[in-house]
Write a protein that binds this ligand. Structure first.
Ligand SMILES: Cc1cc2nc3c(=O)[nH]c(=O)nc-3n(C[C@H](O)[C@H](O)[C@H](O)COP(=O)(O)O)c2cc1C
Length: 194
């Protein structure tokens, strides 16, 4: 890892500037403030064909995503809650990690993964966060201890002239900080092991 960990942010919805995208951008800004390099994949970047394990043919968008995840030192995923779980678009993007299965570091192994959920109700927030964490476990990633849930039914991002609700920003920034802390711990361990 270079002195500046690479944090890949993945999420949002098909709508440019969605609340989920805004949440992800806040987390990535914090990661940059903490010294990370970042790559963002959102809206049109994630409008990918259904992942097809029967072919190795991939378009430029899919290759860009897979390559970024291959290089990532940490990942932040932001999903809306759609019908009580993560959205199909975000799940489809994550299915492309299958192209990393034969890597020395398969899927999201050794990486912390920050989980962010936007929903309009507490039941969907909890269910979706649990679902996202289960997916991260399946991908051999380390979900961060703190997962951010944003109730977009309220004024989370439009709390007034001061901008987003500070309590929401604090949650998102904590997720970013934990992803970076883990990346730096892994790096220090690797350096000690020589
Ligand atoms: C297809 C669809 C399904 C949804 N299902 C739920 C749901 O089950 N529970 C919930 O609280 N919100 C649900 N929502 C609301 C979204 O989770 C919420 O609007 C979220 O903030 C995504 O907004 P965004 O597009 O601005 O990121 C749903 C929205 C859509 C479009």
């Amino acid at each position: 890892m270079s002195a500046q960990p690479l944090i890949v942010g993945l999420g949002g919805t098909t709508r440019v500037g969605s609340t989920t995208e805004r949440a992800l951008r806040i987390a990535l800004s914090r990661a940059e403030a903490l010294g990370a390099r970042t790559r963002l994949f959102t809206s049109i970047d994630l409008n990918l064909p259904h992942f097809d394990p029967n072919t190795a043919e991939r378009g430029p968008q899919e290759i860009a995503l897979v390559e970024a995840l291959r290089q990532a030192d940490g990942v932040i995923i932001a999903t809306p809650s759609y019908h009580g779980s993560i959205s199909g678009m975000v799940k489809n993007a994550l299915d492309y990690t299958e192209d990393l299965r034969r890597d020395a570091r398969p899927y999201l192994e050794s990486r912390a993964v920050g989980c962010i959920v936007c929903a309009e109700g507490p039941q969907a927030m909890g269910a979706t966060l649990a679902a996202l964490r289960a997916i991260v476990h399946a991908l051999r990633g380390w979900p961060t201890p703190y997962g951010a849930v944003v109730n977009t039914g309220g004024p989370a991002f439009d709390a007034g002239p001061q901008g987003p609700d500070p309590a929401v920003v604090q949650q998102l920034e904590l997720v970013a900080a934990q992803v970076i802390e883990f990346a730096r711990m892994r790096d220090a361990l690797a350096a000690r092991a020589g």
